[in-house]
Design a binder for this molecule. Sequence first.
Ligand code: SF4
Ligand code: SF4
Length: 414
Amino acid sequence: MPAFYEVSYNEDGTIESFLPNNPNARPQVKKVIMMDMTGSRYPMKPIVPYIQTVHDRVVLELFRGCARGCRFCQAGIIYRPVREKDLEALKAQAIEIVKNTGHDEISLISLSSSDYSHLNALASYLTSAPELAHVNLSLPSLRIDDFSIELMSKVQDVRKSSLTFAPEAGSQRMRDVINKNISEEDILKGAYEAFMGGWNRVKMYFMLGLPTETEEDVLAIAKLGQDIVNKWFTMPGDMRKQRLQIVLSTSFFIPKPFTPFQWMGQASSDAFLEKSKLINRNINKKNIKYNSHDADTSRIEGVLARGDRKLNKVILKVYQKGARYDAWSEHFDVALWNDAFAESGIDSAFYNERTRELEEILPWDFIDVGVKKSFLHDEFLLASQGETTVNCMEGCTNCGAMCFEGGICYARKA
Ligand code: SF4
Ligand code: SF4
């Protein structure tokens, strides 16, 4: 309730104080979470629409939270700690929901599904249970380092779709900065195994404008694409009958609250465009297709991601000017936003391009997500030194989420 908090500002527009003005409002509001995911209510009879929808299938959630700790990722922090659902409960839910809906596909969802500790057992069950004989299994978010032909071979109709991986950065240095603990060797090995498993279409997602990024890091995205193409040609000729298609997609990095990069400035739209042009000039277009996200929408997303209550008037103005469904590119008009910022006397760069001081009071500091600000701070410093941090499956780095008294924080570490 913003009305219960009084904000005063310094002359430079940063927050001077953020205090409750109501005796019932706490200085910090703590996140409430469901710890027992197995016992939590799950929609067993979801509505089945008459028309075909995007997610026209049974969706089975394996766990909440993510153990990985990628430093750009807000979901990986705010949904801590990992809370897995029991294997037997998932099996029973799958059968029950298929029976109730008549769907012929089950999708396993979670932030990093391949980290589910019983994934192999679950996939084996879902592809062999007689009650699910007509049902396909899909695994949407795999990590390339965990790529397992055995697991993927359990997924029927594999050749219908392309494989999607998200290394997020092209160079090892950059992946260490963002704590994406995956090596080039893992990526190339994963791609090779995918090719040997029959896939010829691979999509890879990257971010541009990451903290400390250099031209070399940007060019490494194009090089990684080419290295994957080269891997394809190391396969025996009879395995290469189909045409290879590699799609490299880049989005622009948007620093998010509650992440170790929450203090960082975002690159300008012009800088983003230069980076994507650099990749475009350096890819081999014969086997590689390159897509890039729009720089103007990334700028507005960046402003809103770390905005404060002063942006209310901008949002109202842009709405009054006719902006609707701005996430759809055909509706997005950056001129409306620029006018709304100008008329409100707000400099958008203050919100997205400005690097914050580590001591600055941030508009979201009054929300306690469990993970301590000091942990984010330490991670920020490690990132600037290119140092990585172990994930919650390997060890505990005392982020603060133990305060919820359960989940992976209390599980035996590898
Ligand atoms: S694997 Fe990384 S990017 Fe994906 S949800 Fe986990 S922390 Fe976020
Ligand atoms: S307290 Fe430790 S195990 Fe728990 S979420 Fe934080 S780092 Fe992971």
